[in-house]
Design a protein around this ligand. Structure first.
Ligand SMILES: [Zn+2]
Length: 117
């Protein structure tokens, strides 16, 4: 594991263990190992997407029961954990390629972009 670049933990979603219900650490490490050196933003986005996939889509469900009919409806709640995770993933995707703030090791040739970028 390289120690350069942005701190992985700071960019990662909640990790399990340490956060119950978070993204399993093994999965996070596998994604980071595969992607981080190529593009930290893509790695972070992949981790947030994986975390979102573990969450049930949160619905603000309203149910109206009139006795004649029962109507349920809902909409994705932007403030929910699922919406948050997707939002973070999209933000990292949007930052892809904007690596000016990421310190590159001196003398390290810039590698070709990955298919994710
Ligand atoms: Zn990228």
């Amino acid at each position: 594991m390289t120690m350069t670049g942005p701190p992985r933990v700071a960019w990662a979603p909640p990790l399990d263990p340490s956060t119950s219900g978070g993204l399993p650490i093994d999965q996070a490490e596998a994604l980071a190992a595969a992607l981080w050196d190529e593009c930290p933003h893509c790695a972070a986005a992949a981790m947030w997407e994986a975390y979102a996939a573990t969450l049930p889509p949160e619905l603000a469900v309203s149910q109206v029961v009139t006795g004649v009919q029962s109507v349920s409806y809902g909409s994705a709640r932007p403030g929910g954990q699922f919406g948050l995770a997707i939002g973070r993933a999209e933000w990292h995707r949007s930052m892809c390629g904007g690596l000016g703030s990421v310190p590159l090791r001196a003398g390290t040739p810039r590698r070709a972009r990955t298919a994710w970028c």
